[in-house]
Design a protein around this ligand. Structure first.
Ligand code: SF4
Ligand code: SF4
Length: 432
């Protein structure tokens, strides 16, 4: 049983109430717009690898569409279809485990329906009913209670930064008042791929950026949003906003994490309920800006490179060209995947799916698409700009015993940076 403000109600009723509360504006318009053409099916990696019709993206509209029907004549007056316990049972897997919110289906939809936004709203309704993957909910609760999905508390954050500063001999300022840029991190990087944090710092320091971390607004990923827990989503944004306001920074740079960027850049102000006090940029956008200004130069990297577009950075984020601009004079042999750019395939672990242990089998199946794409290029190295994609691929490549993997764009840039100081530290990309 779930609870609302005044009473204890059934899970189905709690979900139905939330669906109705969210059913307005663009979401209600999407419910009216679907013409059931089915074109979205083959755009979705979950349908592509399984051929199972239940993974047709439009099918994910169903629970919200039921709530929407109740708002129309004659159901508005006489009652009508509502979400049932059986619906919650059936759609939980479809709305959590098998949607990475990648937005690929929207690109082929003749009505332009943003299914990812409907999935995000539907997750809120399921969360209100207490329905969803336990590990995803735990990650969200870690954000609330500890400051990050992986339990990186402010004390742990400070300790990791100090360790990186000492071990890599790089300046990592914290809580520097008046800094122009507040740099955030993903706890995936902090705990598993810390060299990418060192790489960002080296690039910023070389370019002369006046930047800082914050000791309490450091975590960029937002598992509250991914889990459908809007109170936690808001809290995570408030921490960053209050840090930026205290420090007086007007530019927020989001690290190699696609969903962190998507949530802050496109949903942050709405979730917060007021305009953001900064301009939010993904690290690839910010580095491209520095390069355009002549503040960063790179030597050529020998060997062939292909680029995996993180869905939230390229397709849904608009930084598709920036990654290629950063690579253009560094990558001696750059090879695009097919398809690429805004129509590239997802890694299979976005939308919090990587954090759901029960989704592992499906996620591994999806990864076969990426393996084939990379092998078809013949490139020696695949790079990208999302630590969550990297974690997903590290996990999936181990499952398939695949002899390739994903490396970090910022690490590769730092490795090939032309700098006027001698860094003796080896910043070769992480090898799993
Ligand atoms: S957003 Fe991506 S994962 Fe979700 S239904 Fe659409 S194509 Fe599939
Ligand atoms: S492509 Fe768009 S209109 Fe067609 S079934 Fe899918 S969501 Fe509905």
């Amino acid at each position: 049983m779930a609870s609302d403000a005044t009473s204890t109600i059934s899970d189905a009723q709690a979900a139905a109430n939330k669906f109705l509360a969210l059913n307005s504006g663009n979401l209600a318009a999407y419910m009216e717009a679907c013409v059931h053409c089915g074109q979205c099916a083959t755009a979705c990696h979950f349908y592509e690898v399984t051929g199972d019709p239940k993974y047709t993206p439009a099918y994910k509209l169903f629970p919200m569409a039921r709530a929407h029907q109740r708002t129309k004549w004659p159901w508005r007056w006489f009652g009508g279809p509502t979400v049932t316990e059986a619906d919650l049972q059936e759609w939980e897997e479809l709305l959590f485990d098998s949607c990475t919110m990648c937005g690929r289906c929207t690109q082929v939809c003749p009505m332009g329906i943003d299914i990812a936004s409907i999935v995000a709203a539907s997750r809120q309704a399921f969360a209100a009913a207490g329905r969803g993957p336990k590990d995803l909910f735990e990650a969200a609760e870690n954000v609330r209670d500890k400051g990050s999905p992986l339990g990186v508390t402010p004390t742990v954050f400070d300790g990791r930064v100090e360790w990186l500063e000492d071990d890599y001999e790089v300046d990592l300022p914290i809580d520097k008042k008046g800094a122009d840029v507040l740099l955030t991190v993903s706890s995936i990087e902090l705990m598993k791929y810390p060299k990418s944090i060192v790489a960002m710092a080296r690039l910023f320091n070389q370019a002369g950026v006046n930047w800082t971390f914050s000791s309490h607004g450091y975590e960029a990923t937002n598992f509250g949003f991914l889990a459908g827990k809007s109170d936690i989503a808001k809290l995570a944004i408030e921490r960053i906003v209050s840090a930026a306001e205290e420090l007086g920074t007007k530019t927020l740079v989001i690290p190699e994490c696609g969903h962190a960027y998507g949530v802050l850049r496109w949903s942050g102000a709405n979730i917060l309920g007021r305009p953001l006090p900064f301009h939010a940029m993904h690290i690839t956008e910010y580095l491209a800006k520095l390069k355009r200004e002549g503040k960063l130069k790179f030597k050529q990297h020998e060997g062939s490179i292909t680029y995996h577009d993180p869905c939230q950075v390229s397709r849904r984020g608009g930084a598709t060209a920036d990654a290629r601009y950063l690579l253009e004079d560094m990558a001696a042999d750059f090879r695009e995947m097919t398809p690429t750019g805004n129509f590239n395939w997802c890694c299979g672990g976005g939308g919090g799916v990587q954090a759901m242990s029960r989704a592992a089998d499906l996620r591994h199946k999806v990864f076969q698409i990426k393996m084939k794409q990379v092998e078809d290029t013949g490139a020696d190295m695949m790079i990208s700009a999302c630590a969550n994609c990297r974690l997903t691929m590290d996990d999936s490549k181990a499952y398939w015993n695949w002899d390739r993997g994903l490396e970090s764009l910022v690490e590769l840039l730092a490795e090939n940076l032309i700098e006027d100081v001698d860094h003796s530290v080896d910043l070769k990309p992480h090898l799993a």
